[in-house]
Design a protein around this ligand. Structure first.
Ligand SMILES: [Zn+2]
Length: 454
């Protein structure tokens, strides 16, 4: 039975590559809404094309107003179906590409392009896994439902819509992270701290675009003269990171370079806002800027905020200051916090507030932690098939990122990045190795047989 599936998957190889190329060539970066296309016309086109491919391979498909679509294999209750959730939207291209981002170039065993690894490639692996199970004639005891969404990168409103208009399976997986199985996703919150300036006056500071990206560059225009600029440039020689200052319109422009990264792992980046506020404090900034320097600065785990916490299953709380803006006399900074399953967010917020008299702390948006027991059939089954194919260790792990897995009561992230592979999501020259594309299809087909086969 598994032999037959492997033969079929082998025979699909060229078609899998061609299909992924076709999907990658659609630049499904979220843009302005249009009728039937809530995340832009390209995202809608990606959904239409993907659903046509599913239909052609014998799945029953339905599209939900351009938010998401599903492709069903087999019969049975929708809620009891095995859900497989992936997304068709991609993040903007960004700088630093040496190949065409929407080209789908195949070279040296890799396919290049925005979305190849996050998340169109894994979606293709899942689709062809379903097709192999179907063509091998494997009888199913429950339906398998592939759900493809168009708004994962900007908050997963597509899954909220989907749940209102269709039945979300109770249990399943999302191949939008890494192997082995991720059964814990930390809670998340975006916290804004604001207040008045004092001391050295910052005239303008406007750093960071997204609350979940550690900024790699920060800049401020501060009140001062040539002597101040010279002082900063002298101090820069002693600092462990690049800083420079120059005169601009009768004020001092200060720039500092950090290392950009993902807010879920702030220790892998070097926060340029942290560098900047520490420097400004050294130069005489008090008030809100001094507070941000003292309470956050270059810390990654909320230690100076009094909210550092760690539990055995989810690891450390992380805190990353990713946006800072001036508005007249007021400065506001937005923190991305990822917190462990056992953390009490409300208690922590009131604790923080009481330590910051005169400043405003606002919870802009939060997401509960998500946890699926490692003892469930789902997790055990996925770990078994992963081990069968790769020989790798069976273990369930925690991450700080939120995936579609949270949309299912019993949802986990599963793949599709293999251990030892570079993290390509959101990077320049994003690629997926063909071995991973085919390897994931093999794993997913076994997962379907294991969890939905008779
Ligand atoms: Zn993704």
């Amino acid at each position: 039975m598994l032999n037959r599936i492997d033969q079929l998957l082998e025979s699909y190889r060229e078609e899998m590559i061609a299909t992924l190329q076709k999907w990658v060539q659609i630049p499904s970066v979220t843009s302005e809404a249009a009728p039937g296309a809530p995340f832009g016309v390209e995202n809608r086109r990606a959904l239409d094309v993907a659903m046509e491919d599913c239909e052609r391979m014998g799945m029953k498909t339905e599209i939900f107003d351009g938010y998401a679509g599903h492709a069903d294999l087999g019969e049975g209750d929708d809620y009891e179906a095995l859900g497989i959730l992936a997304h068709l939207d991609v993040v903007p291209v960004g700088d630093g590409w040496t190949v065409e981002p929407f080209g789908g170039l195949v070279k040296d065993g890799k396919i290049y392009g925005r979305g190849t690894s996050d998340d169109k490639g894994p979606a293709i692996s899942a689709l062809f896994a379903m097709r192999a199970v179907k063509e091998a004639g494997i009888p199913l005891k429950r339906k398998v439902r592939l759900i493809l969404g168009c708004d994962e990168e900007q908050g997963s409103s597509d899954m909220v819509y989907y749940k209102e208009h269709a039945t979300m399976p109770r249990s399943g997986f999302s191949p939008d992270a890494e192997y082995p199985v991720i059964n814990i996703e930390k809670g998340g919150c975006h916290l804004m701290i604001s207040g008045k300036q004092a001391g050295l006056k910052v005239l303008e500071m406007n750093v960071g675009e997204r609350a979940n990206v550690v900024p790699g560059f920060a800049s401020a225009l501060v009140e001062g003269n040539k002597a101040l600029a010279e002082k900063v440039n002298a101090m820069a020689k002693e600092l462990p990171y690049p800083v420079s200052a120059r005169m601009e319109n009768g004020a001092v422009r200060i720039d500092t370079v950090g290392v950009t990264g993902h807010a879920a792992m702030p220790e892998h980046g070097r926060n340029a806002i942290g560098q900047l506020v520490l420097l400004l404090k050294d130069l005489g900034a008090e008030g809100i800027v001094g507070l941000l320097a003292d309470k956050i600065g270059m810390t990654c785990y909320g230690e100076n905020l009094g909210i550092a916490m760690e539990d055995q299953i989810s690891g450390k709380l992380t805190c990353s200051m990713d946006i800072i803006r001036t508005e007249g006399d007021t400065v506001s900074a937005t923190m991305d916090i990822r917190y462990p399953v056992l953390f009490n967010l409300d208690a922590a917020l009131s604790l923080m507030q009481s330590g910051m008299e005169g400043y405003e702390v606002v919870n802009l948006h939060s997401r509960k932690p998500h946890y699926v027991s490692a003892d469930t059939e789902l997790v055990k089954g996925l770990l078994d098939v992963y081990h069968d194919v790769t020989g790798n260790e069976k273990k369930a792990i925690a991450i700080g990122g939120g995936t579609y897995a949270q949309s299912m009561d019993e949802g986990v992230a599963f793949g599709a990045q293999f251990p030892g592979e570079p993290e390509m999501a959101h990077q320049a020259d994003e690629f997926l190795s063909l071995d991973s594309l085919f390897g994931s299809a093999k794993i997913f087909a076994r997962a379907i047989v294991r969890l939905a086969g008779k």
